[in-house]
Design a protein around this ligand. Structure first.
Ligand code: MN
Ligand code: MN
Length: 452
C-alpha cells in the first residue's frame, strides 16, 4: 500500500467497509457477510424459548438468508419504544432469465431481465461477474461466483462500435441499448469452424455447467443468478477522499448500521437494525419490507414481556438509512434551483420526505421527529446537512421510510450522499461513510424520544 499520506480513523473504517462491499454484492452474500461480523460481536440466533431478553442481550433473526434483523435489548421497557435503523441489502443489477442461454450468429449469450432502476447503456462495455444460488429439484444448492477471482473469466455486454452508431446516437438514451438487449456474451467457437454445427457453442456451455457444477439447463429455472460489475471497491481520487464501488446503495448505510449497533452497549432504548431485501423493486415479496417479518418479530419480543406489538411500535423511533442525491455542478438543471442539495463530503443527509410531485408516496417525517433527530446529531457533534432530492417535479424516488411509518413509528431518512447512483460504479465520500457510523451510534445511544 502506498504511504503518500497518513492513514486516519476514517481510512481504517472505510477499508472495512470496502471489504464488506466486495463480499456483499447480492443480498444473500450481504446477509452472510453481516452475520459473520455480527457473530464475532456476540450476536446469537433468537431462541424459541419465549423467555424475555435481558438488557444487553444481542440476538439476530436470519430471514430466509436474504434479510436480517439484529437486536440489542436496552434498559427501558419495550413500551417506551425501540430505536430502529433500516437499510436494504439489494442493489440494481441484471438477473438471468429462467431460460437464459441461447446461441446466435456463432455467439452464445445469457439473456437478462434488469433488477431495479438502471440506465441500460451504463451496463455495456464493462466486465461483469455472475453471482447467485441455484437450487436443484433434489434440494441440492449450488452457489456460483464467477468473475471475481483474477483467474476467473468474466462476462460482457457488447455495445455497437461508434463507427456504426450514427443512428443509435441520435435516438433517446433510454433506447440506446434496449432493456431486453442486455445479454451477456458467454461463449463462442473454440474448435475448427469447419467442424462446427449450429448449437455447438450452447452445447459446450451446458457441458461445462454439467461437468463443473453438476447442473442441467433446467436447473437455471430455479436459480437466482445476477450479473453485476466484476470490479472491486477502490479508493477514488488523487487524494483518496472517496470510494468507487458497485452496490453502495445501500451498503453505504447497511454497513454503518451494523458497526454502530455493534458499539451499542448499555443502551437506554432497545436497538434494532433491519437489513431488508427487494427495496429496489418496491419492497414486495417475502423478504421485502412490506412482508410482516419485522412486525412478527416485534410481536414475538412483546409476547415474551407481556406487551402487545401495538404498544411497542408507535413510540418507536426509526431511521430509514439510505443513500441520497448529491449536488453535481454539471446537472444543476434537475437539482434544487437554490443549490440546497447535499454535497459530497459535507456529512450525512437528514431528509424528511421522498416521493414525487405533491409529496405523493411519502410519509414525511413530522416536525417533532425531525427535531429529536437534530438534537441527537447536534449533541454528538455530527456533521449533517439537508438535501432536497432534486428539483420539485423532477424527483421520483423512495426508501423504506414509508413502509416503516406504516407501523406507526416516528420515521425519518438519514443517509449518505452518492454520485453516479444506481450506475455500475457509485461514488461516496469516505468522511460521509464514517459520519454515518457516528450518526447511528449516537442514535442508538439516545436518551430522548420524539414522544416528548
Ligand atoms: Mn437505496
Ligand atoms: Mn436505490
Amino acid at each position: 500500500m502506498s504511504t503518500d499520506r497518513k492513514t486516519t480513523t476514517i481510512d481504517e473504517y472505510c477499508s472495512g467497509y470496502m471489504e464488506f462491499l466486495d463480499a456483499a454484492k447480492t443480498e444473500r452474500e450481504a446477509v452472510k457477510a453481516s452475520l459473520a461480523l455480527a457473530k464475532k460481536q456476540g450476536f446469537v440466533p433468537l431462541e424459541n424459548t419465549g423467555a424475555p431478553l435481558k438488557p444487553g442481550e444481542r440476538i439476530y433473526v436470519n430471514h430466509r438468508g436474504k434479510a436480517l434483523i439484529l437486536f440489542v435489548r436496552g434498559r427501558r421497557p419495550l413500551s417506551e419504544g425501540i430505536s430502529v435503523a433500516a437499510s436494504h441489502l439489494d442493489s440494481p443489477r441484471l438477473d438471468l432469465k429462467m431460460q437464459p442461454l441461447y446461441e446466435s450468429g456463432g455467439l452464445a449469450f445469457l439473456d437478462t431481465h434488469y433488477y431495479g432502476m438502471i440506465k441500460p447503456y451504463q451496463w455495456t462495455g464493462i466486465p461483469l461477474a455472475l453471482h447467485g444460488t441455484l437450487v436443484c429439484k433434489d434440494g441440492r444448492t449450488v452457489e456460483l461466483r464467477i468473475g471475481e477471482d483474477p483467474a476467473d473469466p468474466v462476462f460482457l455486454i457488447a455495445d455497437l462500435l461508434p463507427h456504426l452508431s450514427k443512428k443509435q446516437m441520435e435516438g433517446y438514451a433510454r433506447d440506446l441499448v434496449g432493456a431486453d438487449d442486455l445479454d451477456l456474451l458467454a461463449g463462442t467457437l473454440r474448435q475448427d469452424p469447419e467442424h462446427f454445427a449450429e448449437g455447438d457453442i450452447k452445447r459446450n456451455l451446458l457441458r461445462i455447467l454439467r461437468e463443473k457444477y453438476g447442473l442441467e439447463e433446467a436447473d437455471l429455472v430455479s436459480a437466482e443468478l445476477s450479473a453485476l460489475p466484476a470490479f472491486r471497491a477502490r479508493e477514488l481520487g488523487l487524494d483518496r477522499s472517496m470510494i468507487a464501488a458497485y452496490g453502495q446503495d445501500d451498503k453505504v448505510c447497511a454497513y454503518p448500521a451494523l458497526t454502530s449497533l455493534f458499539s451499542a452497549e448499555q443502551c437506554e432504548y432497545s436497538s434494532c437494525v433491519i437489513l431488508a431485501d427487494k427495496e429496489e423493486t418496491g419492497s414486495m415479496g417475502a423478504t421485502g419490507m412490506r412482508s410482516p417479518y419485522f412486525s412478527n418479530f416485534i410481536e414475538d419480543l412483546g409476547e415474551r414481556e407481556g406487551i402487545p406489538a401495538r404498544k411497542i411500535l408507535p413510540p418507536s423511533f426509526c431511521i430509514s438509512a439510505d443513500v441520497n442525491t448529491a449536488w453535481h455542478p454539471l446537472y444543476g438543471d434537475v437539482l434544487d434551483p437554490q443549490g440546497k442539495e447535499a454535497r459530497l463530503g459535507n456529512g450525512v443527509i437528514l431528509f424528511r420526505y421522498w416521493g414525487r410531485e405533491g409529496k405523493e408516496n411519502t410519509n414525511e417525517a413530522s416536525a417533532e421527529t425531525t427535531a429529536a433527530l437534530r438534537k441527537i446529531l447536534d449533541d454528538a457533534e455530527i456533521l449533517w446537512q439537508t438535501g432536497e432530492g432534486g428539483r420539485v417535479g423532477c424527483e421520483e424516488s423512495g426508501t423504506l421510510a414509508h413502509y416503516l411509518a406504516e407501523f406507526g413509528m416516528h420515521s425519518i431518512d438519514l443517509g449518505v450522499p452518492i454520485l453516479s447512483m444506481h450506475s455500475p460504479c457509485e461514488a461516496a465520500a469516505k468522511s460521509d461513510v464514517y459520519m454515518m457510523h457516528r450518526s447511528l451510534t449516537a442514535f442508538f445511544k439516545r436518551t430522548i424520544s420524539p414522544e416528548r
